[in-house]
Design a protein around this ligand. Structure first.
Ligand SMILES: NC(=O)C1=CN([C@@H]2O[C@H](COP(=O)(O)OP(=O)(O)OC[C@H]3O[C@@H](n4cnc5c(N)ncnc54)[C@H](O)[C@@H]3O)[C@@H](O)[C@H]2O)C=CC1
Ligand SMILES: O=C(O)C(=O)Cc1ccc(O)cc1
Length: 291
């Protein structure tokens, strides 16, 4: 049971966590803090938070758990502010999509609180944002990756693990470096590609005509280009070294396919498409559901 939970950034992820914990009866009081008054008011009206605060010190006073659910570049100023008013017993965790940068900010601003700063990343979400997009089931059956620090208190790690398990999530742990490399490949690269494809089509002279004929394949491939630009700017920059390596690898794959086209090498194209189709089917078959 969490007596006082503070969510900083009550958007899709912070709001969904609040709803899931409330639905599970695992929290007594939820306080919301954030940048946009309008979004916070919506969060209160929707029953996501019990009350909203504008002052960090009064928000986090005597909190058991503080969850940082702001875009990753906003983690630094948020941690700097938090450092001035955090109670020693409060456990702090984050939901950022990148982990090395957030950990570096925590090391910089909370050097004496690292035993209770537990880095985390729920692998669940959507292209929607804001409190109005939040829903309690978002984390059911989804993975949450925790990247513990050597300084972490074992009890604090188990409390954050239990918090996510209460939301129906499956918690795994790994080093932050490995986390950032994995998500560069399977999350950050696909988002970059989706944005790039839509950008490429949208600014052609005949864009309107092209879009008018785009069908389900285009919609599926580009769904994530509907994601929040500020959030994805921050993620791509925070993980730019790993993401650049993935862009280069993908570029090499495109060059390979381009050569096959130039050579009219249908046999090789079919082999690549076949491998990809089988690999995708095997991946989907191993997942608990099809998201
Ligand atoms: N959207 C997704 O699918 C996923 C996002 N994440 C991570 O979760 C975090 C939050 O993302 P979402 O909930 O999707 O975004 P969101 O845009 O729905 O919510 C972010 C909230 O933070 C507030 N905010 C922004 N800058 C702030 C600042 N400087 N100070 C205080 N509040 C501020 C915004 O007003 C908004 O309410 C990000 O770090 C993101 O990388 C993690 C997993 C999935
Ligand atoms: O919309 C989708 O399919 C996503 O990929 C959601 C998502 C976005 C960011 C994350 O760090 C994790 C999951």
């Amino acid at each position: 049971m969490i007596n006082k939970l503070v969510i900083i950034g009550v958007g899709l992820i912070g709001g969904s966590l609040a709803l899931a914990l409330r639905e599970a009866g695992a929290v007594k009081e939820i306080v919301g803090l954030g940048r946009s008054r309008e979004n916070l008011e919506a969060a209160r009206t929707l029953g996501i938070v019990d009350r909203i605060e504008t002052d960090m010190a009064s928000a986090v006073k005597d909190a058991d758990v503080v969850v940082l659910a702001v875009p990753v570049a906003a983690m630094q100023p948020t941690l700097a502010q938090l450092a001035t008013c955090l109670s020693p017993h409060t456990i702090v965790t984050d939901v950022g999509s990148t982990k090395r940068d957030v950990i570096a900010y925590a090391q910089q601003h909370l050097p004496d609180h690292l035993s209770r700063f537990i880095p985390g990343h729920p692998i669940a979400g959507a292209e929607k944002s804001g409190a109005a997009a939040a829903f309690a089931d978002l984390f059911q059956g989804r993975n949450v990756v925790v990247t513990p620090l050597p300084e972490n208190d074992a009890l604090a790690v188990s409390r954050i693990t239990a918090m996510w398990q209460t939301c129906g999530a499956i918690v795994t742990t790994m080093p932050a470096q490995k986390h950032d490399e994995i998500f560069a490949a399977v999350s950050h690269l696909p988002h970059l590609l989706a944005f790039a494809l839509v950008e490429d089509i949208a600014f052609r002279a005949n864009a309107k005509e092209l879009f008018s004929y785009a069908a389900g394949g285009f919609r599926d491939f580009t769904r994530i280009a509907g994601s929040h630009p500020e959030m994805w700017r921050d993620i791509c920059l925070a993980n730019r070294d790993a993401l650049i390596r993935e862009v280069d690898t993908y570029q090499a794959q495109l060059d390979r396919l381009r050569d096959m086209l130039e050579q009219s090498d249908g046999k090789s194209l079919e082999i690549v498409f076949g491998h990809a189709r089988t690999a995708r089917a095997e991946w989907l078959a191993g997942k608990p559901d099809s998201q």
